[in-house]
Design a protein around this ligand. Sequence first.
Ligand SMILES: [Fe+2]
Length: 197
Amino acid sequence: MKLLTLPKLDYEYSDLEPVIPKRIMELHHSVHHAGYVKGANSALETLAKARSGEMEINVKAVMKDLSFNLNGHLLHEIFWKVMKKPVNENTPEAKIKEALEKNFGSIPAFMKEFADAAKSVEGSGWAALMVNADGDMVITQIEKHNLMSIVGYRCILCIDVWEHAYYLGYENRRGEYVDKFWQIVNWENVEKLLMQK
Ligand SMILES: [Fe+2]
């Protein structure tokens, strides 16, 4: 059975400063994300053992674990990819810009809807930009890592709004963190994710 691994980042933990402090990145990647990898692997191994008759399991509980941890792992993988060193004038590349304008009317309209979604997630979760096979886009809130998901759409940009993603730098000011996120969006990689079929 293929097990999941914690991906290496394309940048240093300190590279996203001052938007995201080094210590947040360190804990977020090496502790929190690593925990989801471990949790997903444990659920996958438990299911494999049940399949081969090695053990009896509480399927509902294991599948709940799998959904939470596997989505947690996958969302973090995307999250790390769609960030880069901060820049002041950070504008989307041509193809992603065109797609966002087509779907949301304008870049500011997209940014407002995405930021409003991120700021208003109830409890822990994410805001995500999702696209389907026809290129239709929606912004969705994801509670925890796995609730309110939309079938048939894939995520090409997301922001983690669990407290572990910002509290050490922003305390309870989630809005400030969300507004600064635009400085570190790696639009080149968002566009790459858009073009992947
Ligand atoms: Fe996270």
